[in-house]
Write a protein that binds this ligand. Structure first.
Ligand SMILES: [Zn+2]
Length: 275
């Protein structure tokens, strides 16, 4: 096992009696029903304890994917935000490309719902800088969709939203793309690292070793951003895939690492977030 130390069932799938098609998967000691479609497996984000930062100083953080393919609907998002308000927690959602992986209207629903609840947006850096317990939304965008991110500046401004961009393949950014990223930083967003080639870290470590992953994938992505003038302080794992060994090594170089809640690994679900 490289991805996580333990596995847990997919809670919503197990309870998804309304799912149109159910199959079986081997989980633990026996076969259990597992919905065969992603949408039928969608778990309430309000039940994902590890996407709620409770101001406890943890350095391995977790976010829930809200891209359309995941099937997190508006009611699910709203309930997730309500939990943050009720418990004074910071809920962590992320997506990739506005207008592509997430419909702009769906993205705007989340932003508007946060605004309606008086939930402030925090970048990950702001979350680390001020540990005062409070309700907040920490929204991030992963990968390299610089044009789509730039095209969303109007929406960010409309909701006074400060978000975090976890950037991969920054070495492929041309001068115009770098200028766009600088513009987003100037708007108050945080620019953080997401590896060079977006490879699965535990697999790379198995093949080439931990030091090679740091030297080839992780540290260059952090250093390239810093050399370009960004105040990069976090690293997000591609696919959320990590190990405790990777966490310990990365945390020598960044203040926190971000993984994903409930990474799907074939037919079981791994909980990658630890305190
Ligand atoms: Zn990614």
């Amino acid at each position: 096992m490289t991805q996580s130390d333990h596995k847990i069932p997919q809670p919503r799938c197990l309870a998804a009696t309304a799912a149109p098609r159910l199959g079986t998967a081997r989980l633990g000691s026996g076969l259990v029903p597992v919905a065969l479609t992603l949408s039928a497996c969608t778990q309430p984000t309000a039940d994902m304890n590890n996407i709620y930062y409770q101001w406890d100083g943890r350095t391995v953080l977790c976010a829930a994917n809200t891209d359309d393919v995941i099937g997190v609907d508006h009611a699910n998002i709203a309930a997730g935000l309500d939990r943050a308000v009720a418990n004074r927690e910071a809920v962590q959602y992320f997506a990739h490309t506005p207008g592509a992986t997430i419909n702009r209207d769906d993205l705007e629903f989340t932003f508007a719902a946060a605004a309606e609840r008086g939930l402030p947006f925090l970048t990950y850096r702001e979350l680390l800088d001020d540990p005062t317990p409070r309700a907040a939304l920490v929204f991030s965008f992963d990968d390299s969709a610089i044009d789509a991110w730039t095209a969303t500046r109007d929406m960010f401004a409309r909701y006074h939203a400060h978000v975090t961009f976890f950037v991969s393949r920054f070495d492929h950014f041309n001068a115009a793309a770098r200028a766009q990223l600088q513009q987003l930083a100037a708007d108050g967003h945080a620019i953080e690292a997401h590896s060079v080639q977006h490879l699965r870290a535990p697999r790379y470590v198995e093949t080439y070793g931990l030091q090679a992953y740091l030297d080839d994938e992780a540290l260059p992505s952090i250093n390239q951003l810093r050399e370009a003038g960004f105040d990069t302080q976090l690293f997000a794992y591609p696919f959320g895939a990590h190990t405790h060994e990777l966490d310990d090594a990365l945390l020598q170089h960044v203040r926190a690492v971000r993984s994903l809640s409930f990474v799907r690994t074939s037919q079981v679900t791994a909980d990658p977030c630890r305190r």
